[in-house]
Design a protein around this ligand. Sequence first.
Ligand code: 3H9
Length: 692
Amino acid sequence: MSNFVSVARDGGVAVVTIDNPPVNALSFHVREPLMHALVWLRDEPGVAAIVIACAGRTFVAGADITEFGKPVQQPDLRAIIAVLETVAKPTVAAIHGTALGGGLELALGCHFRVADAAAKLGLPEVKLGLLPGGGGTVRLPRLVGALKALSMIVSGTPIGAAEALAAGLVDAVFEGGLTAQAVGFASEMVDKGGSFTPVRGRDGRLDQAELPEFDTQVGELAKKARGLEAPIACAQSVRNAITLPFKEALAAERELFAKLVAGDQSRAQRHLFFAEREAAKVGAKDIVRRKIARVGVIGAGTMGGGIAMAFANGGFPVTLLETTQEALQRGLATIEKNYAVSVARGSLSEDTKRQRLDLFKGSTDYGDLADCDLIVEAVFEEMAVKKDVFGRLDAVAKPGAILATNTSYLDVNEIAASTSRPQDVLGLHFFSPANVMKLLEIVRAEKTAPDALATVVELARRIGKVPVVVGVCHGFVGNRMLAARGSESEALLLEGATPQQIDQVFTDFGWPMGPFQMGDLAGLDIGWRNRKARGQTAIIADTLCEQGHFGQKTGSGFYRYENGSRTPAPNPQVEALIRDKAAENGIAPRAIGAEEIIERTLYPMINEGAKILEEKIAARASDIDIVWVNGYGFPVGKGGPMFWAGLEGVDKIIGRLDHWHERTGKDVFKPAPLLRQVAETGAWEGATSQTA
Ligand code: 3H9
């Protein structure tokens, strides 16, 4: 029929195969022939049943995301599903790989769904700032009930075939030979005879009595949504499935979808979807990656233990090295405890826990690292200590082993130069807790070999991390911009803002917490130690630390935490301290508004991002967005700092930076030349290449 949709006959059953690599997205060039095929087969008397299957590695993974934001070319997915529902003969979706978004909605247009045992099914549109717009919110509840549909649609997390079978989403699960089994299933249905009710007509599982429970869950959800529109719209649409007739609920879904797809939040989240994939494209496709079979981790403290767990979770055997048996046993015990907590929470089975623990080999002898293909050190953050470790590694590691430093700030070129094999050295900046946090800054040093870099980028994705390659500078991308974001914190306090006021501006913006809550959580002593090492001071934070107030762990910091509570309460002593210090420094407090707080925290951060691009520490503005969304809680609905700068208006940002630069003379406010270029060209990428 076309290159993308073909039809074959197996007896009386017609098999329609979609073949649109890599993920069989429902692009216009698929929809058009698919529609023709369905209309033809519906009306073809010799065809007794229709199976919809896919070639390649997966069933349809959704609508074609690249088409969003452009005029819709008919037939759209809804029209195709409407035609499917006019077919009187049995229709069967044969699902392998993933049936996601519009893919699952297409399958919901069929009378039956059969799945390969390894298949996953879900409606992940919420992660793109959308709701399922092809009838998913009104058809799924008809099969699995409204509460199950709510949880699937609002989380966007796919479920496995067995769960889908138990929930009523699929009708049969097969191991291997899926298309043939689907044809067999369709023939059985033909033999059974009778009429087949489309999903839209099956109201049996919709239960008004579930509404109070449904609304309670939506209430909880609304509290967590942090300004995101899509989860709320998803919930509203599923609710409509219970309260409105099918047609009206479908029309309401369509309206909500149109609104979301045209909005900034979905644009931002779609940007992040492609940015994440772009960031992982490192090195030519034909670069031969090095083989990584065993990983070594040096240091079994919080960071080293977390890194070791991250690799074990990805299925890699890990040699964990410590200086003493005691420290090693302590580290291994913590790892075991962490896995036990996951088992207790129900997120890990006892079997998997045992399998993971079996992957660990503890040692206090550097010689035991000789069979490792990648060795990550997570020792004390001090150049002399790191160099000593790399000297030892140089002596024992096998040729071609990749040697990585987990540093947050140190010069990876200097560390590499302390070995005889700088081409094998790079930085792997994990974020704590390393077994949980997705972001991995991969630091490319001057002499890092392209194949070593490409190997770790691929490896990072295999262990579920989001990798971003960055260059060498103090703090790399994330921590360097964090410093710029915090550079005015103290000044804002002294001039009249309170910690809670600043934090409120951050949480209203969509951050999970503000900078002072964050400081209290991480421990104020960390920043204090860093400042002392660099000869820097911060009037308020230093005083708090001198008085022993390190944040949550001491019961007080910028906030009070009474009786072990983790909820920050305003701290009158801090407010008095701020007033005293302001008076000492001759600063008269004034009212400071939310706008000013944003201008003096987030604008310098964007400016620093522009400098990072100028210096080629990051390859693209979108890489910076990925760092901030995955490592620092920048709100996804705003697409990361550089994307948000576009929404905010780069012209406006420059104007205000100029203003604050004039007023304070501080470098953080001096607009980077690249920022001015972006204001002219309207795009980060074009402006970036001009400075190349
Ligand atoms: C939707 O369906 C809306 C409807 O409800 C309403 C309609 C009216 N479109 O991730 P990978 C590309 S919204 C276009 O690296 P994996 C991707 O960019 C959609 N392109 O592979 C990449 O390109 P490149 C709901 C897509 O094996 C390549 O495919 N569906 C799409 O790690 C490989 O992707 C979703 O949200 C797409 N839909 O993971 C599912 N999907 O090579 C989104 C992928 O040039 N997709 N590409 O960089 C996924 O979650 C993963 O891609 C998947 C495979 C799990 C399928």
